[in-house]
Design a protein around this ligand. Sequence first.
Ligand code: FAD
Length: 309
Amino acid sequence: MDNIKVEIKELKKYFEDLLGPENVKTNEPMSKHTTFKTGGPAWYYLTPENGEQIAKIIDLCNKTGVKYHMHGNGSNVLFDDEGYDGVIIATCDNMTELIRDNNVLVAGAGVTLARLAKEALDGELTGLEFASGIPGTVGGAVVMNAGAYGGEIRHVIVTATVYDCESKEVKILGNKELCLEYRKSIIMEKPYIVLEACFELCHGDKEDIKETMNDYNSRRREKQPLNYASAGSTFKRPEGYFAGALIEECGLKGYRVNDAMVSEKHAGFVVNTGNATTKDILEVIKHVQEMVYEIKKVKLEPEVRIIKK
Ligand SMILES: Cc1cc2nc3c(=O)[nH]c(=O)nc-3n(C[C@H](O)[C@H](O)[C@H](O)COP(=O)(O)OP(=O)(O)OC[C@H]3O[C@@H](n4cnc5c(N)ncnc54)[C@H](O)[C@@H]3O)c2cc1C
């Protein structure tokens, strides 16, 4: 596909030739692919199988000046109600290879954390118990350094294989090079795409691992509003505080704009109680930020990533 001149309207044919028509959707509502269940249509929604296909998609996007967005399970993103004028590259359908070799798991970017954790359990491996209830993919979890109950991706990841969109090279980044901190990684700052990740775990007792997973998941059910659409904790934990406690202390539980609401069960979650739009959710987020700053003088930063049209 080198040196071809492609018009935007011709992209569909190129994508279909590259990926097969079944992996190319046009005008795809992002509300179908996000846990918040909001977001308008994306020009293209593509489900590639590997890094080579991703490289070609990106090459084509660059040549045509069309923007692109990497997508995992959409469990930490808010898409504009007007949609996304570009190409969504989604890993969760076809980049799902998972290999276990002794105490090492190698997972494609689209493998869900639930499946990764189950594989660890089946292999009697401990270290991923924290991940079993996080509804993201390996790619999204590396980007966000996902974590819960004291566990984090950075504790178990050995390497991530990434595609560097600038140098057009595939690179293997070690744990330190990934610069994993609280909900932060080098992937957010560089033009990197996660293709797969390798995790090293320790042998453990299957019953203990299972019990820990069950305990974490029942704590989630007890404390979190899992009956509503959301993106989990809406805000990052501000240093020295808990976002949920601050919001609750400001009397904001139940604050709503149309169907978007600060959860009554856990104030750290903004939820979609029915037909909320991204605009409604953003209005709730803004109000919460303003009130918490006014009353507590603490700045809340969204954890959820806002994707512009
Ligand atoms: C009910 C609920 C509970 C949650 N609990 C937790 C929790 O306990 N702990 C926690 O950390 N999070 C939690 N989350 C948030 C979310 O699940 C995590 O942030 C998760 O890691 C996001 O993964 P994803 O695949 O859904 O990523 P997406 O939401 O699809 O994407 C998130 C970001 O990663 C980028 N991205 C995705 N895949 C790639 C890739 N292959 N290469 C490069 N960039 C990529 C996207 O562009 C985007 O910027 C929760 C969410 C929900 C809905």
